[in-house]
Design a protein around this ligand. Structure first.
Ligand code: FAD
Ligand code: 2HG
Ligand code: ZN
Length: 520
């Protein structure tokens, strides 16, 4: 019966639709309106100033004065120096962190940014680089009165080379726009994430963002070939490269990938973009236990091999939260404790379809896969991806959410969700887990009506101790920012942290770049 249902749903994936189904992800955006609503027009009250709630001692920085503002106005023009209506730049995406910056600067090119930094360094004025402000660890907003440097105007795709696959792009380019430009010449940006309509490629590189393509293309240390960055003193460090292979000494560009604006401000970068896959399929399947999820993942690697391009997990509670918050979502199946979204991307539709059929049939014979849908139709694939992408937004739409983004060994991947549910008891409304199973990256979310100190104490530092005992990472892909700075030691030993501090001092002796974060 179930098998029949699957076969029936499988009808969507005709060879014809499979052939049409190139590039469904990057130029169709499922949740632009939601991103905009969440960021800009929420009716919820402003959070308290973080400097006060967290008792942050302001660093020994100069106070901004009128002379500074006129200097910047002369440099950038008055339209690019903002002093009013700065809430959108002061408040983080999760509305947990609120700074009190009085100034936002929007340089239009590297030279302008270099001149800004030269002045700030001489005057000892602290700054925070800001991309799309979609970061989830409070790294992109000021904590006290740091000047916000927004990369919004530096948003051009400078070149896309069809032959080499190398694209050169300014840091402030929105990921989705970059993806569209790559798509226009048959290439794909090897990075995709739910915030693509708002996040900047420079913000992505600065956080070493992961997302749903890491399983296929690896992380940004591999795909970013070069960067240009403006340093704290205004020097321009040109580490641009158009080659995969370049062993001329230290791989300095890697320092900027994931350094969250603490070592320099990325202004442009080159990225290796693979050719788009001709055949794409998505399977959305229901399973009864995490044990079956693991077996199915192993089977996917074994049977789908080189065409496996994404493997995501959503538990029932996470999916139900998204479905209850966003009525436009539709799940093709329901009633299972676990769901997996498996994507294949290859170059031969018939061959891929055969492999996928075999994988599904095997899973159903073994009763690991209980039900599901498989499709190569672009619209239907988009609907399925939408289910996954809306999960984080569903969890913050009408409630407060403690978010954890951890790497854990696969065998222990899900147990922390059950443990946490037990620890929180009725204090939490929902405790759920989802994430990038294929990369061992779990998103553990603990939901409640509003911030609640009792839950907070039950969850932290327990979640970090638990992760550390399993030798996991306390931040798999979102970074450290402000929210996780006190927990860095759970994943980095003291010697490593000392070296990080030394590096920070060398690059930024006055500590003006993104203070109060990461190493604070
Ligand atoms: P911002 O939030 O503006 O900044 C992030 C950090 O980078 C800050 O420390 C900031 O100071 C620094 N920074 C920004 N631009 C520069 C620059 N040019 N030079 C130097 N420093 C800079 N993250 C993932 O890894 N994977 C996901 O799947 C994922 N999905 C998400 C889904 C949703 C709905 C949301 C809201 C967020 C998601 N994120 C995800 C988190 C976030 O989108 C990423 O961290 C993203 O890379 C941040 O980009 P941004 O341009 O918004 O950067
Ligand atoms: C995702 O994978 C993002 O959807 C966000 O990394 C995760 O908000 C989260 O917990
Ligand atoms: Zn993620």
């Amino acid at each position: 019966m179930r098998f029949q249902r699957l076969l029936q749903l499988r009808k969507y994936a005709t060879v014809a639709t499979l052939r049409q189904s190139t590039h469904i992800r990057t130029h169709t955006h499922a949740h632009t309106p939601t991103m905009v609503r969440t960021l800009a027009s929420s009716t919820s009250p402003l959070p308290e100033l973080t400097q006060i709630t967290d008792n942050v001692q302001r660093g020994n920085y100069a106070q901004l004065n009128d002379k500074d503002v006129s200097h910047f106005t002369q440099l950038l023009g008055k339209n690019h120096v903002l002093t009013d209506d700065l809430d959108g730049y002061n408040i983080c995406f999760l509305k947990r962190i609120r700074g009190n910056s009085k100034l936002v600067l929007k340089p239009g090119n590297t030279e302008e940014l270099a001149a800004i930094m030269k002045h700030c360094n001489q005057r000892k004025l602290a700054v925070v680089p800001q991309g799309g402000n979609t970061g989830l660890v409070g790294g992109s907003v000021p904590i006290c009165d740091e000047i916000v440097i927004s990369l919004q105007r530096m948003n051009k795709v400078l070149s896309v080379d069809e032959v080499t696959g190398i694209a050169v792009v300014e840091a402030g380019c929105i990921l989705e726009n970059f993806s569209q430009r790559a798509h226009d010449v048959g290439l794909t940006v090897p990075l995709d994430l739910g915030a693509k309509a708002s996040c900047h490629i420079g913000g992505n590189v600065s956080t070493n963002a992961g997302g749903i393509r890491v399983l296929r293309y690896g992380n940004l240390h591999g795909t970013v070939l070069g960067v240009e960055a403006v340093l704290a003193n205004g020097q321009v460090l040109d580490l641009m490269s158009n080659f995969k292979k370049d062993n001329t000494g230290y791989h300095m560009k890697n320092l900027f990938i994931g350094s969250e604006g603490t070592l320099g401000i990325i202004t442009k970068l080159s990225m290796l973009c693979p050719h788009e896959s001709k055949a794409v399929n998505v399977a959305f399947i229901g399973l009864n236990s995490f044990d079956d999820v693991l077996k199915t993942f192993v089977s996917a690697k074994r049977n789908l091999g080189e065409i496996l391009s994404s493997c995501e997990l959503i538990d029932e509670r996470a999916l139900n939260m998204a479905l209850s918050q966003f009525k436009f979502l539709n799940s093709p199946i329901s009633g299972y404790p676990f769901y997996m979204l498996i994507e294949t991307s290859g170059s031969n539709a018939t061959h891929d379809e055969e492999k996928l059929n075999k994988f599904i049939s095997l899973g159903m014979e073994r009763e690991e896969i209980l039900d599901g849908t498989v499709t190569g139709d672009p619209g239907k694939m988009q609907e399925i991806w939408k289910l996954r992408e809306m999960v984080p937004l569903g969890l913050i739409e009408n409630s407060f959410c403690f978010k954890y983004d951890i790497s854990l060994p696969l065998r222990d991947f899900y147990s922390i969700v059950d443990v946490m549910r037990e620890r929180c008891g009725p204090l939490a409304t929902v405790v759920c887990g989802y994430g990038h199973l294929g990369d061992s990256n779990l998103h553990l979310n603990v939901n409640c009506e509003r911030f609640n100190d009792d839950i907070y104490k039950r969850v932290e530092p327990f979640v970090y101790e638990y992760t550390s005992k399993l030798k996991g990472s306390i931040s798999a892909e979102h970074g450290i920012g402000f929210l996780k700075k006190d927990y860095l030691h759970y994943s980095k030993n003291p010697v490593a942290i000392d070296w990080m501090r030394d590096m920070k001092k060398m690059f930024d002796p006055n500590g003006i770049l993104n203070p109060y974060k990461m190493l604070a």
